[in-house]
Design a protein around this ligand. Sequence first.
Ligand SMILES: [Zn+2]
Length: 345
Amino acid sequence: MAGIFDFGGRNLVDLYNDVNSRDDVFAYLDHVIANGANLNPAISRETRAELQTIRTQISLLSVTNGTEYVGDLATTPGQHIRRRATLGWPRDAPSKFEVLVNNGHRGRNHPESAALEYWSPFDLLGLFLSKMGGAPNHGTATEANFYLPLAAVYGRFCMWIGLNKRPALTTDGPEDRRQGQGVGDPSSYYQITWDPYSGQFFLGAGLAGYVWPPGRRPGGTGTWKPVVRERRYSLLLGFHNFPGGFTEWTDSPTKRHSRRDTLFGNCAETYAYLEMLGPHYDLAARERMRGIALHRDFAQFPQYTAANIMLYRDSPCMNCKQLLTWAGLTNPRDWHFCPPRQPRR
Ligand SMILES: [Zn+2]
């Protein structure tokens, strides 16, 4: 499509249309690692070594047989969450698993940003793609020619490496259910936050990729669901005026104003805001950042057309607007510039 940028040596539209399997995704990641020195932008040797580490961590947590995804007798059923069996389960511990994080990774955007913990292949994939950047020809990147198609490519990649629903293919029939090979519904949203001035950006996905059969009998996982959600919430400790605290963690503006059980940390914005709106950027820099969220139903389109994908853009939820306020943004209206998303099909 005319005008849309290449990224990692391939046009974003081709990455959307033609990367059509888990193996295709990893072939692209490997191509980036092998050829990074010659890409636009070029990727340093040091960053390529980090990308190799992240790529390995993604594959261990991905379909179809990543060993950390599949687990063993003590960590079944399979989850796209790095985990270990909890000591004392089931008699003396409420959850079958605990989250086992990778060593912290630093984003590449800012030298003072904190190293963040990762345990999900979708978040690691967002980190990988974000470390390849910023945008090529950074002064000229726009939502239309780079950030929107990149967010869509990222969302499709996530649905290829895991989850229970895959992206659409041109060969699908009208009733195809697009059964994925992994577990858990796809993230509701995929988000990109960027700095129009520098072209730096960060991609994130909503919490996804886990299942939590209840109870302590064989097959059950006890309180695994809140364990995962609380760990993700904890990422936000230290984000400006985020109150933190275990007693607050089951409360949120979205939850108070709707029936949605969305807690802080759930959202696709989590890692992106931590990287792009954290206290390591001054207020003037934070105020120029922009972002869009893309609802997962965009993936019903097997081919990229801006008109179709744009129907699935959405504004930050109430929780994320609160995060923007805590980050000191006096004009968060800039962040919800798009009309309400079309009703779900
Ligand atoms: Zn949100």
